[in-house]
Design a protein around this ligand. Structure first.
Ligand SMILES: [Zn+2]
Length: 304
């Protein structure tokens, strides 16, 4: 055989195995993605882990464009068809959307609610450039979900019928203003009562406030939870213990996968593998978490 023919054959086989590999992977929706991280860290810094002391893994990307490139590579590899992406900088969100059309649902990160531009967010929702509100990360500055300063954001999301992601849980970045006590899922109750049509999901399904989260999810069927940072930031055994108890409580149809990759795109693969390797989950439960529940929550029109 001539060298050119051998070369073409190798190329053909390579493409064939690539196609077979990507066809094997069923679609995934990532409900928790970011452009940056809440802590200012140098390029190459490892990702956080809990509880300390623990081994930190990964290398922080240097800037937004490197993060975009590596995040898209991971999305392609694992067949992530949509990502719920939030950031403080709306222009940066637009850049990612332009680089990868139809891949991201853009949503403004809300840190201190008094510093966010509510009018601008409303305008962006009106022209469909934003598809959600949050992550609401006000717990990082000690502001609880039932604080009146957050009320206009919930009202806006309910009026536009867009999903809200909120950081209401026991863990968070090591910031002096972070308050664990402001993360009790019970503090969401006033919000749920006041906004019965609000489509809201809680980061890490309120970890580790399991009983309070189960109570809230039983009482308020519109409340969903994500399985994001806890897939990689805490010991795998602690994550599985929490997930198993949520499943045993019958909440498997209301849990959604997220990577919370921040500046560590390698965590996207780690997060997916943590779900796929859970041997106490059936294949149907895994597919619900990785895709089906998000489709229902987002009211997505999926053509089969
Ligand atoms: Zn987050």
């Amino acid at each position: 055989m001539k060298p050119l023919k051998i070369f073409s054959l190798v190329l053909f086989l390579g493409q064939l195995s690539f196609t077979m590999f990507s066809q094997e992977r069923l679609p995934i929706i990532d409900m928790h993605m970011h452009i940056g991280a809440p802590l200012d860290l140098p390029a190459g810094a490892p990702a956080p882990c809990l509880p300390q002391p623990c081994d930190r893994k990964g290398k922080a990307t240097a800037n937004s464009s490197e993060n975009l490139k590596k995040t898209l590579e991971a999305m392609d590899k694992y067949n992530i068809v949509k990502g719920f992406l939030s950031d403080l900088d709306l222009k940066e969100l637009q850049k990612w959307a332009e680089a990868a059309p139809d891949r991201f649902m853009l949503s403004p990160f809300i840190h201190d609610p008094e510093k966010a531009d509510l009018d601008r967010i409303r305008q962006e929702l009106e022209v469909d450039r934003l598809a959600g509100i949050g992550e609401i990360g006000s717990q990082l500055v000690g502001i609880a979900p039932n604080d009146s300063r957050l009320e206009p954001y919930f009202a806006l999301a309910e009026a536009f019928n867009v999903p809200v992601l909120i950081h209401t849980e026991g863990i968070g970045p090591p910031l002096p203003t972070f308050r664990t006590a402001a993360g009790s899922p019970l503090l969401l109750e006033e919000v749920m009562v006041k906004h019965p049509k609000l489509r809201i999901f809680v980061e890490n399904t309120g970890y580790p406030f399991l009983d309070d989260m189960i109570a809230m999810m039983y009482q308020y069927p519109q409340l969903y939870g994500d399985l994001s940072t806890i897939t990689w930031i805490i010991p795998r055994s602690a994550f599985y213990d929490y997930l198993k108890r949520l499943i045993e409580a019958g909440l498997g149809k209301r849990l959604m996968f997220g990577s919370d990759q921040m500046r560590w795109p390698e965590m996207i693969g780690e997060a997916i593998e943590a779900i796929e390797e859970a041997d106490f989950l059936t294949n149907e439960e895994k597919r619900d978490i990785l895709y089906n529940n998000a489709v229902r929550f987002l009211n997505m029109d999926i053509k089969k």
